[in-house]
Design a binder for this molecule. Structure first.
Ligand code: HQG
Length: 183
């Protein structure tokens, strides 16, 4: 499976497992899962045939481990990043003292004013290292990395969860925990 096909299938799955299941007529269960044969049939019916082997390759080879199969490989879901309501069932976890968020300069005035908001997703995404945050920010322009005082947030009662692919999730970050911008 070449790189281009891998990316195309990954984008297609992200779209329908995170944002628009109804676009191909599938229903995600409350935890975000859909049966693999149901997904494959729906994709084929909507002009994007994917075979089972390709699906498994996309799950295992995905650069960010965006998708997970359940234990018996019967069902698939996106590990995070949803805009449709799903309960990923992730337990609360104590975060490290500092986490990082990648964004761009044009959002800084609003972020300073109101903190980080999840926008169209369910949660604000934070990473454990600056490099990942830089890459996330760079999707939108010249990246700025914000340092988040996550340890302090946690001590103040904010609930953090860690997705299956290593992204820290929190409902929002009030402005006082945003330590500083750095290009
Ligand atoms: C910004 C990709 C104004 C926030 C990435 C971000 C990540 C505000 C944008 C994952 C704001 C939301 C998530 C406020 C936050 N005012 N702007 N108060 N609060 N923002 O895409 O973190 O490839 O929903 O800084 O790699 O950029 O899809 O979030 O710029 O892991 O798997 O609003 O998506 O992963 O954008 O990216 P997003 P994100 P995938």
């Amino acid at each position: 499976m070449d790189e281009q096909r891998l990316t195309r299938v990954s984008k297609y799955l992200s779209r329908h497992l995170r944002h628009r299941p109804e676009g191909i007529g599938i229903l995600l269960d409350e935890h975000g899962w859909v049966a693999v044969p149901v997904l494959l049939r729906a994709a084929a019916r909507h002009g994007f045939p994917i075979d089972r082997a390709e699906l498994e390759t996309v799950v295992t080879a995905n650069d960010k481990q965006r998708f997970a199969l359940d234990r018996d490989a019967d069902r698939i879901r996106a590990q995070q990043g949803h805009s449709v309501p799903v309960d990923l069932g992730l337990p609360p976890r104590e975060p490290p003292d500092f986490l990082f968020h990648g964004t761009v300069g044009r959002f800084l005035p609003a972020i300073r004013r109101e903190g980080l908001r999840p926008m169209r997703r369910h949660a604000v995404h934070l990473s454990t290292d600056r490099d990942t945050a830089l890459r996330v920010g760079a999707r939108r322009g010249r990246p700025v990395v914000l340092t988040i005082r996550s340890g302090e947030m946690h001590r103040d009662g904010h609930v953090f969860r860690l997705s299956g692919n290593g992204v820290w999730l929190v409902t929002a970050v009030p402005p006082r925990y945003v330590a500083g911008g750095r290009s």
